[in-house]
Design a binder for this molecule. Sequence first.
Ligand code: 5RP
Length: 318
Amino acid sequence: MADLSTSAADKKEKEFFTHVPQEAPGFFLKGSHQYDWGLKNRLSRVFNPRDGRTVMLAFDHGYFQGPTTGLERVDQTILPLEPYADCLMLTRGIQRSIIPASTQKAIALRASGGTSMVSPFEEWEGEIGDKKFKLGRPGFEPLSNESTALSIEEAIRLNASVLAVQVFIGSAYERQSLKNLTDLVDGASRYGIGVMGVVAVGRAMARNAQYFRLATRIMAELGANVVKCYYTDEGFETITSCCPVPIVIAGGKKLPELDALKMSHNAIQQGASGVDMGRNIFQSDAPVAMMRAVRGVVHEGLTPEQGFQMYQDLKAGG
Ligand code: 5RP
């Protein structure tokens, strides 16, 4: 793997040009200036053309983990957040059953699936001396065994702006998940619908800048119009700089609110085009207050501390 290689031929230092923005002449969004009208228009619904940023609300977790904490009743917990989102990231089941068809929000529709939290884990048996042991087979990652889970006709019926597909670089099903991505890109681009590649993380997949540079760049090279990945404390600006299309960050596990706001702020400062956040919003003690504070940081230039103050004020005000 070139990016992981330490061979003599690869000794030249990488140059990420992190202080030189990539140009997109005549359009507001990175990497998107040469698309056709329909795709540009759909991306303009996801990303605000005023600042090129987005606050996507992710609540598609049920597609592999069922009624996730905070999503037991999407009608009760997510509908109050809808007015503050630019885009809703969800499954077709929740879209049809819960989200009013009158919504004006962009739709990021989950288009891969087929595994669950309890997918059988392939075991690997070994022996040391007289002791027998069982381990998960390295790199097997049963959750990575996904297929595409949506037709393009269904995406059109549901008026999706982008389709979301999980990609598992470094897992046993890497090739299959990349094929899911390229199949969806081929289908969606016929109709001017975008595809968002989602970097999956697992046991065999390190959460560092080197891994995320590799994964995000592969997805962009294979046609993803938007890429979703995690924030890294070290070197995040190198990930955004060498990915030619917009990156949005996932929130990940629930953090204290101030930490989640700091992460959002740092990601934006280091070249992210927005957040696609779930648990850090809907698992907050005051989800509407948190959602509005995240908006403040992403769209209104609030510092994390100002955003946190906003969160506390709104929370106190009920
Ligand atoms: C599933 C997803 C989720 O939508 C997303 O990553 C979850 O958001 P968060 O981490 O902020 O709860 O892509 O893997």
